[in-house]
Ligand binder design. Structure first.
Ligand code: ADP
Ligand code: MG
Length: 703
């Protein structure tokens, strides 16, 4: 019989878990580690050495000879440099493998080649990685052998964040402090921390590796830049939740097993809406760990695909006209005592606290809709947000019928009876019903939907880190909590003050609530009337980082300095321009060297056929007609190609920065679309055998 692995047996096999630390560390050292994890601070040098040695011993038992400070620079993917445990041999030529506390805690990668938006240039070229003790070290099996990976934050010499993790950790602390102030008002004395919990559902495509390697666009850009629509798309809705094919199933099985070994709780798997599209969802966990784990999920997805002759596409829009991929970022707030603050609860007392928290979140999302939008923007995601696909680029909140009704009652009638019994606040809103989770009402078109006991931020792109969206969410909600607490802590009549504040926030920010169809034209109009921002693309979204309100929010809570924000905005422009530049060059390459030669070659075949038929004295109408359709199309491709070349040249000659990014967006992207149109038409005219690369049908239906 085939040996079966159980998840239970292999779970976290490759993770240096707390359990392993407890077993391997002296009691004192373990206690210190736990103290730092829960309360912050630093390990003493002596303890760091002890932990490092235990970690190295464990890693070596697993066959690792190298370690790596694993970090998340602003490229959006992870970076690593491997160092072996090897040390200088002694006089007799013996060598001991070593790993010190210092090496564990701090690294100094040569970081000058990572995007820094000018931050490092102004100070010093060095960057430092610092161990994030709250996220466990793990071993990754790579072709170079098992590597001990230590999750780290990446900062400049002067302490500026150069990564996605540092601000996330900062935002989590701030959120916790401010949320605790709210909880204390309601008499909670036991919670000592409030933790954002995140579950990120990951969508992806799998295509045949051999076919993918025949397409330059998939190789260089991760998405197709050409491709006529196949006769069948997803209209029959036969792929969503459909039976998983054997080859894909084998891939998913191996993926799950590797993820489990890495301590990632891969829980759900299914086919998605588009052919060749799938989804994986883990069980939610602390935001920074969820962020690390999502990076591991993405890396593992790509790595394992190769073993099955597949290629995993994480791009937001690998195929035009076919559903794109996103990442639903499920977010809630838990106390360290295990209470979910987004759970409406069964008792009025819980309800009122919940309503205050809800009011604060509505305020936060409305006030900083532009920031949230920005946090989900990327070059790839521009094809989803606000394009002909969901979710829309307009931020709104879906509450569900019941909650919306509660909000409406509150705003309209302000019905609330305050009564205090025995010093315990019983209720601020006694006329309100208790909530039932409305499980049936599942609005799929909302970018920010309340789903029972969490918010689901659906805008995030499939290839993006969830670091930024969660940093922004934590920060804006912390700000709203802070302002509410500032007021309520001063209140003489707390019940009344809470009630007034809920009513005020809900009235002021009700425009952000929308339960209708977010994909409809009418909503775009309606949102405009409501004054909600509709930010079209990544380049238009970037400046949200440096508005007055953004800078004051982030500086107040020490999440970003102005310099950090400016550098991030700068990087967004650079990345945008570079990405479009590569895409444009790829199109030029494919059109010049593949599409046009194939089409011209085929025109010769037709012309020769016409001549031969005429020579034989028979009717040549059909090939003549085919040729007469083909030639103008070839000309259109050629002309569009020339225009694209010109636009790229112009944009490329500009100085790097905002203006250049806008030039790529307005001119180059437009010229790319103009080239794609006739090229896709050409695909419909040319003999299939002559077409130079696999078609959409080849790619998404024959996996
Ligand atoms: P779907 O949205 O597809 O119906 P689920 O409701 O099962 O799926 O959850 C999707 C994701 O949300 C999963 O990753 C799950 O772990 C996560 N999730 C569930 N509850 C919470 C919560 N309270 N906070 C954060 N994430 C959660
Ligand atoms: Mg979902």
């Amino acid at each position: 019989m085939k040996e079966r692995v159980t998840a239970e047996a292999i779970f976290a096999e490759n993770v240096f878990t707390l359990d392993k630390m407890r077993r391997r560390l002296p009691k004192e050292a373990y206690r210190e580690v736990m103290q730092v994890i829960s309360q912050g601070g630093e390990l003493s040098p002596a303890t760091a050495d002890i932990v490092a040695k235990a970690m190295k011993d464990w890693a070596m038992e697993k066959g690792a000879s190298h370690y790596s400070h694993w970090f998340q620079p602003l490229t959006g993917i992870t970076a690593e440099k491997h160092d072996s445990f090897i040390t200088h041999p002694d006089a007799e030529g013996r060598m001991l493998m070593e790993f010190s506390g210092k090496e564990l805690i701090k690294g100094e990668p040569d970081a000058s080649s990572f995007p820094s938006g000018g931050l490092r240039a102004t100070f010093e070229a060095r960057g430092y990685t610092a161990w994030d003790i709250t996220s466990p070290a793990f071993i990754r099996e790579t072709a170079t052998g098992p590597i001990l990976c230590i999750p780290t934050a990446f900062c400049s010499y002067t302490g500026e964040a150069l990564d996605k993790k540092t601000p996330l950790l900062r935002s989590m602390e701030v959120l916790s402090q401010q949320a605790l102030r709210i909880l204390r008002l309601f008499g909670n004395k036991t919670a000592s921390k409030v933790i954002p919990m995140v579950g990120a559902e990951q969508e992806y495509f799998l295509v045949d590796q051999k076919k993918a390697l025949l397409r330059e666009d998939l190789i260089f850009c991760g998405r197709t830049l050409f491709g006529a629509q196949p006769p069948k798309g997803q209209e029959l809705e036969d792929h969503y939740f459909g039976i998983i094919r054997e080859r894909i199933g084998a891939y998913m099985k191996e993926l799950n097993e590797e993820l489990w070994q890495l301590g990632v709780t891969a829980k759900t798997q299914h086919n998605e809406a588009a052919p060749a599209q799938h989804e994986l969802a883990p069980i939610y966990e602390t935001a920074n760990i969820a962020t690390d784990h999502n990076q591991i999920v993405m890396e593992t997805m790509k790595r394992i695909a190769g073993r099955h002759g597949l290629r995993c596409l994480l791009h937001e829009k690998p195929f035009a006209g076919v559903n794109g991929s996103g990442k639903h970022n499920n977010w809630s707030l838990n106390t360290d005592t295990g209470i979910n603050l987004l759970n409406p609860g069964d008792t009025p007392n819980e309800n009122i606290q919940f309503l205050l928290i809800l009011a604060c979140i509505l305020k936060a999302v409305d006030t900083h809709a532009d920031l949230l939008r920005q946090s989900a923007s990327s070059v790839g995601n521009d094809h989803r947000l606000g394009a002909n696909e969901a979710p829309p680029a307009i931020i709104s909140v879906f509450l569900g019928e019941q909650l919306e009704d509660v909000v409406r009652q509150l705003i309209e009638t302000g019905m609330a009876a305050t009564c205090t019994t025995g010093g315990v606040m019983k209720t601020g809103v006694s006329t309100l019903p208790d909530f039932e989770k409305d499980a049936t009402d599942r609005n799929r078109t909302s970018p920010f939907a309340f789903t029972g006991n969490k918010f689901e931020f659906r805008m995030v792109g499939s290839s993006d880190s969830i670091g930024s969206p969660n940093t922004i969410l934590n920060a804006i909600v912390a700000e709203a909590f802070c302002e509410a607490a500032d007021r309520l802590e001063q209140a003489e009549d707390l019940d009344r003050a809470v009630h007034d504040l809920i009513k005020e926030y809900m009235s002021l920010h009700q425009r952000i609530i929308f339960n209708g169809n977010g994909y409809s034209r009418e909503w775009v109009e309606e949102a405009k009337r409501r004054g909600l921002p509709n930010i079209a693309s990544t380049v238009e979204a970037a400046c949200a980082l440096t508005t007055g309100k953004a800078v004051s929010l982030f500086e107040k809570f020490h999440i970003f300095t102005r310099a950090e924000l400016e550098s991030r905005e700068e990087i967004l422009y650079e990345t945008y321009a570079k990405t479009i530049h590569i895409e444009a060059l790829t199109m030029i390459d494919m059109a010049s060297k593949q599409i046009l030669p194939a089409a011209v070659g085929y025109s010769r075949t037709l012309a020769e056929t016409v001549a031969a038929l005429a020579g034989a004295g028979v009717e040549a109408d059909v090939p003549r007609k085919m040729l007469s359709e083909l030639m103008p199309c070839i000309t259109r491709v050629q002309k569009a190609l020339e225009i694209l070349k010109e636009e790229v040249k112009e944009a490329d000659a500009m100085e790097q920065g905002k203006e250049q990014a806008f030039c790529y967006r307005r001119k180059v992207v437009a010229a790319m679309e103009q080239l794609r149109k006739p090229a896709d038409e050409l695909e419909m005219l040319v003999d299939r055998k002559e077409w130079p690369f696999p078609t959409y049908a080849d790619l998404i239906f024959e996996v």
